[in-house]
Write a protein that binds this ligand. Structure first.
Ligand SMILES: *[C@@H]1O[C@H](CO)[C@@H](O)[C@H](O)[C@H]1NC(C)=O
Ligand SMILES: *[C@@H]1O[C@H](CO)[C@@H](O)[C@H](O)[C@H]1NC(C)=O
Ligand SMILES: *[C@@H]1O[C@H](CO)[C@@H](O)[C@H](O)[C@H]1NC(C)=O
Ligand SMILES: *[C@@H]1O[C@H](CO)[C@@H](O)[C@H](O)[C@H]1NC(C)=O
Length: 361
């Protein structure tokens, strides 16, 4: 079977995705544009604006790959009866990427599954298009969009770095109310997949997720950051140890998340850069403090380096130069934002454990 695929590849008969190898372009660069929180399906004018903006950015940046970090659709807009709704909305994105002949790789968000497709079905739909480089779940582990893609040198011989995708799910992590997370089985897969890497590319590359993890909070509480903080960090409700797995062996250089529409910053935390993508979509809340757009990452092969900027609606290229720090009069954020007050009080836990109603507080 393998031989047949290789042969078809040589003859140029395999599908685009089978054939397509990510590699540095002729200029020794590799450029990615991160579209996040697009929220198709809220209303038609917004959907048209979403498509217009994505097309503009693709024309302006001409990336080697589009990264999709979730909430492509506003699943909660489904009327709970129309069949095929989610797929139709999803195609509003894929149609544009196909028209512009841009390859993409996806990890899903929390709202994508609130329509009539579950995570596995969205993964299958995404992968049915020949420009999709999204991979099936790498192992029998939580959620559906867990995998990595190697990026090669110009000749396609050596892997230079990797793009990792971990799927942060929907709501609640390990029965704790709040946002979902990278589950322990995903952390373990990530750890093992990394320990299998022995070549010089080890430690180089990116991790893309939808929901940020709690170290994003530590970073913004304590360190300089670049960009705009417009809301609290809505991280997963349990710290499941992804940070330990990121730090115990050389793994990656940058993490980029979505989810928080009004956060658009990055900063170095314990020698790994933590970033938010710029909210792309016209659906959903925000952004209130900056224009819509897309974060761009450009990797240069020689000398090796990574640059990031944001391409904004209207064409402006926004680069951060001045660091910011939390003002001393602002309280540090001590727990992940969003849904933390619901279902986590002591009496609710007592009820869960004992099965008896306790006096409410
Ligand atoms: C998005 O998809 C819906 C459903 O197919 C369609 O009615 C709508 O026109 C699409 N929007 C755009 C901008 O293509
Ligand atoms: C997703 O939906 C399909 C079709 O209904 C079903 O077979 C599958 O078990 C579901 N997967 C999950 C993870 O719920
Ligand atoms: C996948 O994992 C689940 C939960 O751990 C387990 O119940 C199931 O048997 C596993 N499936 C396969 C094919 O290994
Ligand atoms: C690591 O490599 C071993 C041996 O090739 C393989 O069996 C295993 O599936 C790999 N693990 C991961 C997570 O890639």
């Amino acid at each position: 079977m393998k031989k047949i695929i290789i042969l078809l590849g040589i003859l140029g008969l395999s599908t685009a995705a089978e054939q397509h190898q990510l590699k540095f372009n002729a200029n020794g660069k590799f450029k990615m544009v991160q579209f996040t929180d697009i929220h198709f399906g809220e209303d038609e004018p917004d959907d048209f604006d979403n498509q217009r903006l994505i097309k503009d950015i693709l024309d302006q940046e001409k990336p080697d790959l589009a990264i999709i970090t979730g909430d492509v659709i506003s699943g909660y807009m489904w009327d709970k009866k129309t069949p095929g709704w989610a797929a139709e909305q999803y195609k509003n994105l894929t149609n544009v990427l196909i028209e512009k002949q841009v390859y993409w790789a996806t990890t899903a968000g929390n709202h994508d599954t609130e329509g009539d497709l579950n995570r596995t079905q969205i993964s299958e739909l995404d992968r049915s298009f020949s420009y999709s480089l999204t991979q099936p779940n790498a192992a029998n582990i939580s959620h559906a969009f867990n995998y990595f893609l190697p990026v090669f040198d110009e000749s396609g011989t050596d892997i230079k770095f990797r793009l990792w995708f971990l799927d942060t799910g929907h709501e609640d992590c390990l029965e704790v109310k709040g946002w979902d997370c990278i589950r322990p089985d995903q952390v373990e897969w990530f750890r093992q997949a990394h320990s299998n890497i022995t070549d010089e590319s080890k430690g180089k590359g990116f991790l893309f997720v939808h929901i940020p993890f709690s170290e994003y909070m530590e970073m913004i509480n304590n360190w300089d950051y670049y960009g705009y903080k417009g809301e609290e960090v809505c991280c997963g409700s349990v710290n499941t140890g992804i940070w330990g797995a990121l730090k115990e062996q050389p793994t990656i250089e940058w993490v980029s998340a979505g989810h928080d529409h009004d956060n658009d910053y990055y900063g170095l935390y314990q020698n790994i850069n933590l970033a938010f993508g710029r909210k792309t979509g016209f659906g959903g809340y925000g952004p209130d403090h900056f224009p819509r757009g897309a974060r761009v990452f450009e990797v240069t092969k020689e000398p090796y380096g990574i640059e990031t900027w944001v391409r904004e609606d209207g064409g402006n290229v926004h680069r951060e130069v001045q660091p910011s720090k939390r003002k001393l009069y602002e309280y540090p954020q001590t727990q992940c934002g969003g849904m933390t007050t619901k279902g986590n009080s002591k009496h609710e836990w007592v009820e869960k454990v004992t099965g008896k109603k306790s006096a409410s507080q």
